[in-house]
Design a protein around this ligand. Structure first.
Ligand code: FES
Length: 213
């Protein structure tokens, strides 16, 4: 009987993890399409794959709720943030724990370079891919005080290696993820309709220009 070779398992690379995201994306896409509002407004799968802008009706997005839609094969996270969540984003005790609280690294369009990292403070629009190795961070707006991380007011938690982000996608210091979650190009067509994939008039931001997708 031959002795077996080393059983050490190589660490996954960012490319490996992003491949998993693509697979997971199919599941997210199915879930998002099952949501009737999204289903009614989204263009066909071919159009989505081509990277065309997608419209999302926000009128039924409840306070505190998140929806996930696919754009260019990547999960886009849209949250209707509560007044309490917006207050927390400005809390100095939270801000002091962030790696890039002022969004100095180019991870967002200029029109989202502010404390809430968005066009309208109440609506977060983020790319849901961890900037470490590309896992899908989970939405945990009100976590238990001890898990998954002690003294964490909530936001996004990446289960792969424990990276934490706040509800603006700003990454905490001392975690494996190096950058804030990217913000895609988007604009509001009216009070209730969000268009992902198109900048406000006069802006020219491309998602491919960010430091880390
Ligand atoms: S992929 Fe490693 S912490 Fe998110």
């Amino acid at each position: 009987m031959s002795s077996h070779a080393s059983t050490s398992i190589p660490e996954p690379t960012r490319r490996d993890m992003l491949s998993l995201v693509a697979i997971s994306g199919a599941v997210i896409g199915a879930a998002a399409i099952a949501w009737p509002l999204i289903d009614s407004m989204n263009p066909s799968a071919d159009v989505i794959a081509a990277g065309a802008p997608i419209d999302i009706d926000l009128s039924k997005l409840a306070l505190g709720q998140q929806i996930v839609v696919l754009w260019r094969g990547a999960p886009m996270l849209i949250v209707n943030r509560t007044p309490a969540a917006l207050k927390t984003l400005q809390d100095p005790s939270l801000v002091s724990r962030l790696s890039d609280p002022k969004s100095d690294v180019h991870q967002q369009p200029p029109y989202a370079n502010n404390w809430h990292r968005s066009v309208k403070p109440e609506f977060a629009v983020l790319v849901g891919i961890c900037t470490h190795l590309g896992c899908l961070p989970g939405y945990l707006p009100n976590p238990d005080p001890t898990t998954p991380a002690p003294n964490w007011p909530g936001g996004y938690f990446c289960p792969c290696h424990g990276s934490k982000y706040d509800l603006a996608g700003r990454v905490y210091s001392g975690v494996p993820a190096p950058y804030n979650l990217p913000v895609p190009p988007y604009r509001f067509m009216n009070d209730k309709t969000l268009r992902i994939g198109e900048n406000p008039s006069g802006a020219t931001f491309e998602l491919s220009s960010v430091v880390q997708m």
